[in-house]
Design a protein around this ligand. Structure first.
Ligand code: NAP
Length: 492
């Protein structure tokens, strides 16, 4: 297998993009493939075959993406000649994926190319996943070099996720299945691995004896918009915690894998998921906070509350915010709280990980803040990517007064080039068949096994969301969750 980090070109491939006219394809996947094309990473003999029901031919599709994909590529990274070359790779077939006829057509398109990588990327509603898998199998399109890629939501609980995974398993082997959590394709998430396992500095500190608590925040500034109908059936716990938040927690907390081999990494990740202290019954009620945004305002203007969104039922009790105090029952982490929070219409768009180190055991110096703010590692994933280390230094002057300062590392300053979008890395890995950054079935299962009892406890104990004003960092109860242990959420 080729080194996933190398800039080498891929082997020839057919990338079949089911749902090629959809939002994800136009906004993320096709731009990602275009950027990789520009980097010379796609084999000359690499085709992108887009499929949807819209009545277009290849020329019509190419002309459509010329506007609809082009608008997601910043001018400074666009080259007309590269785009023209890229467009020649792109083909379109109008097929209704719920009927068998179209798959025979697709078969003709793929004929004679059985020995190259064949990707079936399911950028369609999850209700079509099973049908597509069944039909590509029946049509005899699955070769040894085939892979299938799919996105969240992978079910809405452990049982439904199992059902989807069973259906996938009827057509594909586990080594052919690429379950995407696009957070894992982000440069900074991979940098978490680099920070932890490429430096000797942090490992001795990365444990309960040195770390007091960990905070992970994924805050969105947008509300549910027109997706209220979907969102109301889902909520923040399923939409964000089961996947993105838990994946970040796992990467932070995992033991060093013996190599970057996909299963070596995923074997360590699953151990963390299995070591999460179950939150069941009243334990779940005490260690979680549900919230729902009400009308509020940003500098750009007022926004309506969740219940005022016309796509949301008037009496909805779906959470748009959740905060959780989690613990990992292992020698490394026993007793260290991991505070997680995520929500819609929060103060700003922000993804941030805070590692709070313990205070000095005995203070011989005076500080203005009484050493109340310990050493801190702040890893920011968005909006900009940076790593900051907070340390104490002696402030200039004639007395020995200590003051906290930040050692700053902004990735933009260091690398000064276009940052890859997450899907670039993920698409290349799928073409190459490297599964390191994709979720194995047992990971998805273990994540749901931890999430389901929380939701059940909310239902059983009638925990309704506390309201918070749009544009703030969530309900007051989320502050109380952390302040009862003498801590507070990190604020820049
Ligand atoms: P979308 O905009 O609704 O696109 C769905 C695509 O499927 C369209 O191209 C649609 O085209 C096609 N389609 C629907 N029924 C079809 C059928 N019977 N036969 C052939 N094509 C059919 O959805 P999306 O937002 O791109 O999301 C795609 C997947 O990614 C979903 O599983 C979603 O949960 C997941 N996802 C999306 C995002 C995102 O940012 N958009 C983020 C995370 C996960 P026609 O109607 O022309 O057939």
């Amino acid at each position: 297998m080729k080194n996933p980090n190398s800039a080498e070109t891929t082997n020839p491939f057919d990338f079949v993009l089911f749902g090629g006219t959809g939002d994800l394809s136009l906004r993320k996947l096709l731009p990602a493939l275009y950027f990789r094309h520009c980097e010379g990473q796609l084999a000359d003999d690499g085709r992108i075959i887009c499929i949807a029901r819209s009545d277009l031919d290849t020329e019509g599709f190419r002309s459509m993406i010329n506007t609809k994909v082009r608008q997601h590529i910043p001018d400074e990274h666009f080259s007309q000649s590269s785009w023209d070359e890229f467009a020649q790779r792109v083909f379109y077939m109008p097929i209704d994926l719920s009927t068998i006829d179209g798959y025979d057509e697709l078969g003709k398109m793929l004929e004679g190319r059985e020995d190259i990588a064949r990707i079936f990327y399911l950028s369609v509603a999850p209700t079509l996943f099973a049908t597509i898998c069944e039909k590509v199998r029946e049509a005899g399109l699955i070769t040894e070099q085939s892979r299938v890629a799919l996105e969240k939501p992978l079910g809405r609980d452990q049982d439904s996720a199992n059902e989807i995974n069973d259906q996938l398993a009827e057509a594909f082997s586990e080594s052919q299945i690429f379950r995407i959590d696009h957070y894992l394709g982000k440069e900074t998430v991979q940098n978490l691995l680099a920070l932890r396992f490429g430096n000797a500095l942090f490992e001795p500190l990365w444990r309960r004896e040195r770390i007091s608590d960990v905070q992970i925040t994924i805050a969105e500034s947008l509300g549910v918009g027109t997706r209220g109908g979907f969102y109301d059936q889902t909520g923040a716990l399923r939409d964000m915690v089961q996947n993105h938040l838990l994946q970040l927690l796992v990467i932070l907390a995992m033991e060093p894998p013996v190599s970057v081999d996909p299963d070596a990494v995923r074997d360590e990740k699953i151990k963390v998921l299995r070591a999460l202290k179950p939150l069941v019954g009243l334990d779940a009620v005490e260690n979680t906070v549900r919230g729902q945004y009400k009308a509020g305002a940003y500098a750009s203007g007022a926004v309506p509350g969740y219940l005022e969104n016309e796509t949301v039922p008037d009496d909805s009790t779906t959470e748009t915010f959740v905060a959780i105090r989690a613990e990992i029952e292992s020698w490394r982490w026993a007793g260290v709280p991991f505070y997680l929070r995520t929500g819609k219409h929060m103060e700003s768009k922000l993804t941030e990980i805070i590692i709070n180190f313990r205070k000095v055991p005995h203070s011989i110096y005076e500080t203005a803040d009484g050493f109340n703010t310990p050493n801190q590692l702040v890893i920011r994933l968005q909006p900009e990517e940076s790593i900051r280390m907070r340390i104490y230094v002696k402030a200039w002057g004639d007395d020995m007064q200590l003051q906290p300062v930040h050692l700053n590392m902004d990735f933009n300053d260091v690398f000064q080039k276009r940052q890859m979008i997450a899907y670039e890395r993920l698409c290349i890995d799928i073409i190459r068949g490297n599964q390191t950054l994709f979720m194995r079935r047992d990971e998805v299962d273990a994540a749901w096994a931890w999430i389901d009892p929380i939701r059940e406890a909310w239902e059983k104990h009638n925990v309704v969301p506390k309201s918070y004003t749009a544009g703030t960092m969530g309900p007051a109860a989320a502050n109380a969750l952390i302040s009862k242990e003498g801590r507070k959420w990190y604020e820049d």
